[in-house]
Design a protein around this ligand. Structure first.
Ligand code: SF4
Ligand code: SF4
Length: 288
């Protein structure tokens, strides 16, 4: 378990992931759970252009004492919600990795499956619950109250999120903790997330009809996959796609351009025949 540091009286948790995964909300939930448990709390996100799939970082600092520190520093717990940002993340303390596999030196928890199997979408609750499970002084009641306050969902959805929290919280409680990753010295406490190249994150557009040139497929966290055996060629997905990346062949069967599909899953939610599945992008096969 991670105790409040006896020197500073603090515990700090960093969440790394991508826009659309609920990284900002994860910090809000954990921060509120710590606040309800009697600690002073700061929580804040850091991200560049606000868009789905962009790297996102959020940070929670809690203390039994007044908090005088500002900004982010190395954390006592790092939650890596998306392995694809690991090269841009500063890993320190106990590192929790969202993974089905055993990641070396990390506490591996399949946050994605825990979330999707119970019908929820964003990883916020699962990520917050994983961190909460290894901090002394947070109990499940405070975590539940924080979820209710921060998720602000209709009751059925809230029940799903609570079930996700319970599953992850109990699972992590029973796992052995890996050794903490080292922290940098206080003089080198700046965390940086590399932005996308400027031409991708801030293009200069001078002509019409250029959206196809902007490869928004890199924003995608989840990939829609059309199951052609189930598809009835009703073309609802073709009409509903906000990016017009679904095309129809001569028989009316749809296909998706993954170069530009941003993974909003509107097509999946509108398909009346359940012919569109979603795959976590990180587990999907590379696109030829
Ligand atoms: S997820 Fe579906 S609706 Fe969204 S952009 Fe991709 S194809 Fe279009
Ligand atoms: S909405 Fe579903 S059934 Fe209709 S064309 Fe799209 S994938 Fe096929």
């Amino acid at each position: 378990m991670v105790n409040l540091d006896p020197q500073s009286g603090q515990v700090a948790v960093a969440f790394f992931g991508r826009g659309g995964q609920g990284i900002k909300t994860a910090a809000r939930i954990l921060g509120r759970a710590l606040f309800l448990s009697g600690y002073n709390v700061q929580d804040f996100p850091l991200y560049g252009a606000e868009r789905r799939g962009a790297p996102v970082y959020s940070y929670v600092r809690a203390s039994a004492l007044d908090i005088e520190e500002r900004g982010s520093a190395d954390a006592d717990i790092t939650v890596l919600a998306d392995k694809s940002v690991s090269s841009q993340a500063r890993l320190s303390g106990i590192v929790i990795a969202n993974s089905r596999n055993d990641e070396s030196g990390m506490l591996s928890v399949d946050l994605t499956s825990a979330t999707s199997e119970l019908g929820a979408f964003a990883l916020s609750v699962a990520a917050a619950a994983a961190a909460a499970a290894i901090i002394t002084g947070i109990n499940a009641d405070n975590l539940n109250a924080a979820i209710e306050k921060e998720v602000r969902a209709p009751k059925p959805l809230l029940e799903m999120e609570r079930a996700v929290a319970k599953k992850v919280f109990c699972e992590v409680k029973h796992k052995p903790l890996p050794r903490p990753w080292p922290k940098e010295t206080p003089s080198a406490r700046i965390l940086e997330l590399s932005p996308d190249p400027w031409e991708l994150s801030n293009p200069i557009i001078k002509a019409s009809g250029t959206s196809v040139m902007r490869k928004t497929g890199s924003w995608r966290v989840k990939r829609p996959v059309i199951v052609l055996d189930k598809c009835k060629a009703c073309f609802l997905c073709y009409v509903a796609c906000p990016e017009s990346v679904i095309t129809l062949d001569e028989k009316g069967m749809p296909s998706i351009s993954y170069d530009n599909c941003k993974g909003c899953m509107i097509c999946k939610s509108i398909c009346p025949f359940g012919a569109i599945q979603e795959l976590p992008e990180i587990e999907a096969q590379p696109i030829a």
